[in-house]
Design a protein around this ligand. Structure first.
Ligand code: NAD
Length: 360
């Protein structure tokens, strides 16, 4: 298979961690007989330094011409970097917001996996996390409260603010379909999270999700109120497979889910549109505090590359191979500094990439 992958190495630790993900992808390509063409794209601070803006029209067009984009992270130290003396629309993060919008990336996927070997980093009690857990949050990214009409005005002499939470059935249907498709590749369970006891938007959400579920008879659907979901995530995270939810609930629950896995350096993410196209990136930022030292954890980016193979290219076997290799390397006791614990072998960014590639 020919894979055309846009690569945004980005800023800070971005180039270091993306280099390791490419090393692993190259090994997969060699082992399974694929051909990868990389297109290097500039975004964020790296683009400001060359073009004066965080994202150019040409880069957007190039990204659109690729099958998928793999990204490191963008941005610098927000107190000291000259990029943050620019007006907000010219700063590194403006590039990220624009590319998400231009590519219509409405579905944000964040897996939260607790590897048995890293359970010491999890703040939950051992009896809850025994055997690890593996869940996927599917958050709607382009609708709801964050994009609804808002205003602040005086009503009867009192300052009053309004934010509106709007979803139409098409927006709900497309994300629900994505969630069920992904559940079919996993343990075939979808938990749809809403606040249907209070909100009209949630009642429509529930109705449309139930309609979509009819096309997926193998998938078990359950509905859960968001307040209960927040409790269940820390009480019994193993019960979840795919959690499907709207923008704001997903924002909050995905941060809660990431916290219970222990380290930001392990968390992959994907943002998808209606085609097979996706933008794949680690959940963390550019970590300027450790950039250039060769100590960043590349696993989140490597696992993001595995998600890319699975969701944009349907290369499940290859994605499985990367995930299994990460688990093996952790089992063998290799750790970057952020996940280091007593009795394990501390290694740097490049060596972690080498070990994971070697196990493919
Ligand atoms: P950060 O995620 O970059 O760093 C927070 C902490 O986690 C730091 O101590 C860092 O060293 C550590 N960390 C992060 N990734 C790591 C890894 N792979 N291995 C080991 N340790 C890791 O968050 P921040 O410091 O708030 O932000 C720094 C910059 O990143 C800012 O400019 C911010 O805007 C940007 N940012 C970018 C993205 C993105 O590109 N999608 C996301 C979040 C933040």
């Amino acid at each position: 298979m020919n894979l055309k992958i846009g690569v945004i190495k980005g800023d800070g630790i971005g180039p270091e961690i993306v280099t390791e993900a490419m090393k692993v992808l190259d090994k997969v390509a060699k082992r399974y007989g694929h051909n990868i063409e990389y297109r290097q794209l500039l975004m964020g601070g790296a683009s400001i330094d060359v073009h004066g803006v965080p994202l150019t029209d040409e880069t957007v067009a190039e990204a659109k011409s690729c099958d998928a984009v793999l990204m490191g992270s963008i941005g610098g130290n927000t107190s000291t970097s000259p990029w943050y003396k620019l007006e907000p629309s010219k700063r590194p993060e403006a590039g990220l917001l624009r590319i998400r919008k231009e590519l219509n990336l409405f579905a944000n996927l964040r897996p939260a996996i607790l590897y048995d070997e890293l359970k010491g980093a999890c703040p939950l009690k051992e009896e809850i996390t025994e055997g690890g857990f593996d869940l996927m949050i599917m958050r709607e990214l382009t609708g709801g409260l964050y994009f609804g009409e808002r205003k602040t005005e005086e009503v009867d002499g009192v300052m009053t603010a309004f934010d509106s939470l709007t979803y139409n059935e098409n927006e709900i249907r497309r994300i629900a379909k994505r969630a069920f498709d992904i559940a079919m590749k996993r343990r075939k369970k979808v938990t749809s999270v809403d606040k249907a006891n209070v909100l009209d938007s949630s009642r429509l959400w529930r109705k449309v999700v139930e309609e979509v579920a009819k096309d997926y008879p193998e998938v078990t659907l359950e509905h859960m109120l968001v307040d209960n979901s927040a409790m269940q995530l820390v009480k019994d995270p193993k019960q979840f497979d795919v959690i499907l939810t709207e923008n704001m609930f997903g924002d909050i629950l995905s941060d809660e889910a990431s916290m219970i896995t222990g380290s930001i350096g392990m968390l992959a993410s994907a943002s998808l549109n209606e085609t097979k196209f996706g933008l794949y990136e680690p959940s963390g930022g550019s970590a300027p505090d450790i950039a250039g030292q060769g100590i960043a954890n590349p696993i989140a980016t490597i696992l993001s590359a595995a998600m890319m193979l699975r969701f944009s290219f349907d290369l499940d076997k290859e994605a499985d191979a990367i995930e299994a290799s990460v688990a093996k390397v952790l089992k063998d006791g290799y750790r970057t500094i952020d996940i280091m614990s007593e009795g394990k072998t501390q290694i740097g960014t490049a060596r972690m990439g080498d070990e994971i590639a070697a196990n493919i």
